[in-house]
Design a protein around this ligand. Structure first.
Ligand code: SF4
Length: 577
């Protein structure tokens, strides 16, 4: 049995539901889509009290299942106006699992700023948030740990979330209590701020009761052994997600200087300092940690702790998408510079993809030179201060572009396109176009897929399949980086769930959850008022040839949606059942 809490902030009442079996397995992104749609949230103002904020852990939460303690945070997005599931690692879902909590929903709005404290004995208190208000995340976390101890996991609304900046995420604790694991996309931090919840503190305990603990442990071992054997896992553990930069730079799909180029460095002539190989060597030489796990039990360890020349920590983690959007997209080539900016962004709790894209359009339109670090640091300081310029920047790329009348604005559904140029990395491009989540690569990322020789229909099929797989991992609390094993072993996942919950599910249940999630999300956005034109790429991708490949976009929403409808109608049987 797990509990699910409905927390009503207006009167501080709590309604506790008991969940059993399959109802615990229907979690994460699926649960978010289903409950937001069924409760008529599509038409509410996302920053009003009517928008609920959902925190959902998967069926393995609280166990040591590798990468099985991800958390889904969901609401109607104030950035896109559509549905949002923002997925995050760290220890929060594990802490919920320790308390036999499947998740909770925050309803309404608190009268005063509060910290929600979940003690391991089951009591929940609404504590005064005054000591933490206006503080950066690192100071706020340190103060919270002073009060609540070290054996807690935090969810933090940073200073930008406090003033409802739309680029604000929610910051969660990592294994060493850094508040740096960000549910970053879609403005979920602004929604937390609109509810006047400064922080949620969950006390850690021990593994929850499981239907058959021995068998769960066997599944945990089996899954980990399979992951360990994968070359892709070995590579990302060594080189981190930054290794993607080496690939996208090579194929010419790396966003450079606001998507005016697809390759930052000709590697015959120079070194890509933002790449995994270079960063790994520099970090190891300096004494950093190149293979860090954001949560206990993860054997993939894609994360890192990146240090300076004196061995002092600069940031954790330093990831591909940040290296791209705050790096080469802004003309910055040194990972130390990106790391310092990233650490400031972590302190503010803001989405590095969104702010990197915003600064990129400002540089591209002549408001600063590409590579101007001072401009970038000063923009972040404005955002921290919440002054006029800072509050404008905190609205995100689309609105800043609109404000200044900028033409080349890389967004879909008002959310910045991530680190994959859709003219070259087309499967990911289709995913970012058609998903209801806005331009979010995590919904269906396939940067290594050879696209150029494929038809658009073939690309659409690839995107849809990988989007279903993405919705599966996001719905069962798993991390996308385990996909080489997860995607090919749905029976193993189903068996693990059965052992944990006493259910009798099979692989088809896993696949169906993924498919249903996409349908529910699409429906939500339709009710919210989205139409096919919202799925289009910005026009410049169609008109501007991308150096060095010379590719222009050939992806159009109408054609892609037609293929998607046909493929969805065929129900796409899972090859792994
Ligand atoms: S693979 Fe990376 S992001 Fe995913 S759970 Fe493990 S350490 Fe965290």
């Amino acid at each position: 049995m797990r509990k699910y809490l409905h927390i009503y902030l207006d009167d501080q009442s709590i309604d506790t539901k008991e969940l059993h079996g399959e109802d615990i397995a229907r979690a994460g992104r699926y649960l978010i889509a289903k409950s937001l749609l069924e409760n008529g949230i599509a038409t509410v103002d996302p920053l009003s009290a009517e928008n609920p904020l959902i925190f959902s852990a998967g069926p393995f939460a609280g166990t040591n299942m590798s990468n099985g303690n991800r958390l889904s945070v969901g609401c109607k997005s104030p950035l896109t106006g559509g549905i949002k599931e923002s997925n995050v690692g760290g220890t929060f879902a594990m802490a919920l699992g320790h308390q036999a909590l499947a998740g909770f929903t925050l309803h309404g709005r608190s009268a005063d700023w509060v910290v929600l404290y979940f003690a391991k004995d089951g009591t929940i208190t609404f504590d005064d948030a005054a000591p933490y208000m206006g503080k950066g995340n690192f100071e706020a976390a340190a103060r919270l740990h002073e009060k609540y101890g070290k054996k807690v996991s935090l969810a933090l609304c940073g200073p930008i979330g406090e003033y409802q900046g739309l680029i604000a995420g929610i910051s969660f604790s990592d294994r060493e209590n850094r508040p740096v694991r960000l549910a970053g996309r879609g403005g979920v931090g602004a929604v937390m701020g609109s509810k006047k919840i400064k922080a949620i503190v969950v006390e850690m305990n021990r593994m929850p009761e499981l239907h058959d603990k021995k068998k769960v442990i066997a599944t945990v071992r089996d899954y980990a052994t399979r992951l360990e054997a994968e070359t892709a896992v070995q590579n990302v553990r060594k080189l981190g997600t930054a290794m993607v930069a080496d690939m996208t730079n090579y194929t010419g799909g790396l966003p450079v200087r606001n998507f005016t180029g697809g390759q930052f460095i000709d590697i015959d002539k120079g070194i890509l300092k933002l790449g995994g190989q270079y960063i790994h060597e520099r970090n190891v030489e300096r004494g950093g940690d190149p293979s860090h796990a954001c949560m206990p039990g993860c054997v993939i360890k894609c994360s890192n702790v990146y240090v300076d020349e004196n061995g002092e920590e600069l940031v954790s983690p330093l990831e591909y998408e940040t290296l791209c959007l705050m790096g080469c997209n802004c003309g910055i080539d040194d990972p130390d510079d990106v790391a310092k900016l990233n650490n400031i962004a972590n302190d503010l709790g803001i989405d590095t993809i969104e702010i990197g894209a915003t600064l990129g359009i400002l540089m591209d339109s002549g408001r600063a030179e590409f590579g101007d670090l001072e401009f970038m640091a000063s923009a972040l300081e404005d955002i921290r201060q919440g002054n006029k310029n800072g509050r404008l920047l905190a609205l995100g790329t689309a609105r800043v572009g609109e404000h200044y009348g900028i033409k080349r604005v890389p967004v879909i559904k008002k959310q910045a396109i991530s680190a994959y140029d859709p003219r070259v990395i087309e499967v990911t491009g289709i995913s970012m176009m058609l998903t209801a989540q806005g331009a979010d690569h995590t919904v269906g990322n396939h940067p290594a897929y050879e696209c150029a020789d494929k038809t658009v229909k073939e690309l659409a099929k690839e995107s849809l399949e990988i989007q279903i797989h993405g919705a599966i991992t996001d719905s069962f609390g798993l991390c996308l980086l385990g996909r080489s094993v997860t995607n090919a072993n749905h029976s193993l996942i189903a068996d693990g769930i059965n052992n944990a919950l006493g259910t009798n599910l099979d692989a088809s249940f896993i696949w169906q959850i993924g498919l249903d999630t996409l349908k529910l999300e699409k429906k939500f956005n339709e009710v919210a008022g989205f139409s096919e034109s919202d799925d289009e790429l910005p026009a410049f991708f169609h008109h501007e040839a991308l150096p060095p490949t010379g590719r222009v976009a050939r992806l159009h929403a109408r054609e892609l949606n037609r293929y998607f409808s046909e493929l969805m109608g065929q129900a796409l049987p899972d090859q792994n059942c």
